[in-house]
Design a protein around this ligand. Structure first.
Ligand SMILES: [Zn+2]
Length: 385
């Protein structure tokens, strides 16, 4: 790896900084930059930070990119790879492959836990890690994750990491390949919608949130009603565009698609809600709730925080925006609407998924089942047995 450049951190001081004569000073909060030479060419780049530690991280990240670029070459013979080094290379590969930021940070977290756990066991080299160690480590995961879904996702990240290391020639085989599958328990599919009473209490609490700007209160109220009556997820509701709301007789129609999966949604909402929606004053003419300036993720988290303040005011424990979506689905199912129709309204592309979550709420299915069961009674068996 000889052609990896040496990257240097330097400070661009403000004109009045008392350390301005020392471009390597760690004493001030002036802007940090990186510079290096590679293949005869000089590079300079902002480290996008004012802290020296932050600059160290930016430097490391840049170095990792160069290292990843060298990965086409086999690892030097008989040179054992440390867990730490394998993680660095793997993450550099993920970053190089333009993997989404949130995925990369999940990998970072999972792998830093792996490194911590194994360094406590005095295991530093990747080739020392065997299936039994991984099984042992897996015992601890319950302390980080509360659902089987998260456990399973964590395991798939671990598998992926070891598969990569195996393919990269760091280890002769993949110890994670034989980890037993994590089963999803029935409880993990528990859907808890807000009750009508809770929903009422939430709406009533909004005007009492006096620490919230009145414009925010207005937007939150309409957003909550939108979720409850359309079943949109928070991100889909926040990023709904004005042109996606179309007048349809006495009602309005939402013609949009899910940001998560791209599945089409075409739901009717009550006329009064459509009118309220059109009255929402947004910062952006294209959207109701989103400024269009931030990322979707940060816009969603802004509303999520506002929701939490409302839930607190309403004394709701375990509140969450998805429970409005559940309320939408469950109230349809309880009214006897077919599960397939509800699945479509939720924009779920896989009916089996809807079924797993919502089957027990489906009144129609229960009635059908009861009818089928009672029909069989007395047919095959003598009475009273
Ligand atoms: Zn300075």
């Amino acid at each position: 790896m000889s052609s990896i450049p040496t990257i240097e951190i330097f400070v661009r001081h403000a004109a009045n900084c008392k350390y301005r004569d020392d471009e390597r000073s760690k004493r001030c909060r002036c802007r940090k930059h990186l510079r290096w030479t590679w293949e005869g060419k000089q590079y300079r780049q902002s480290a996008k930070t004012r802290s020296w530690d932050g600059a160290e991280r930016a430097k490391r990240e840049r170095e990792l990119q160069y290292e990843a670029a060298q990965l086409g070459r086999p690892v030097a013979d008989n040179k054992p790879v440390t867990v730490e080094r394998a993680i660095q290379v793997f993450l550099a590969d993920k970053i190089g492959a333009k993997t989404g930021g949130s995925t990369v940070s999940k990998y970072k977290l999972t792998l830093s836990r792996l490194q911590d756990f194994f360094s406590q066991q005095n295991i530093y080299f990747l080739s020392e890690i065997k299936l039994a160690h991984l099984s042992m480590w897996r015992e601890n995961w319950r302390s980080y994750y509360d659902s089987s879904f998260s456990l399973r996702n964590n395991q798939s990240r671990i598998r992926h990491f070891f598969r990569y290391c195996h393919n990269a020639g760091f280890i002769p085989d993949n110890p994670a390949a034989k980890l037993s599958a994590i089963r999803i328990k029935e409880d993990d599919y528990d859907v808890v919608p807000f009750t009508d009473k809770e929903y009422r209490a939430i709406l009533d609490a909004i005007p009492k949130c006096d620490d919230m700007a009145s414009a925010s209160r207005d937007r939150v109220r309409v957003l909550i009603q939108l979720q409850r009556w359309s079943g949109l997820s928070l991100v889909d509701a926040v990023c709904l565009e004005r042109r996606e709301v179309v007048k349809d007789g006495n009602h309005y129609r939402l013609v949009t698609s899910r940001r998560k999966s791209g599945t089409r949604i075409n739901n009717v909402i009550p006329g009064w809600l459509g009118k309220e929606l059109l009255l929402v004053k947004g910062e952006n003419r294209q959207y109701f709730f989103w400024s269009g300036q931030s990322t979707r993720k940060s816009a969603t988290s802004v509303y999520d925080k506002l929701y939490r303040r409302v839930f607190k005011k309403a004394h709701i424990i375990g509140g969450g925006s998805h429970r409005f979506r559940h309320l939408f689905a469950v109230s349809l199912l309880e009214a006897g609407v077919d599960l397939r129709v509800v699945s479509k309204a939720l924009g779920q592309s896989n009916l089996a998924v809807t079924e797993r979550y919502y089957a027990k709420w489906s009144r129609k299915q229960q009635v059908l089942l009861a009818r089928e069961l009672t029909k069989t009674w007395g047919k095959s068996l003598p009475q009273g047995s």
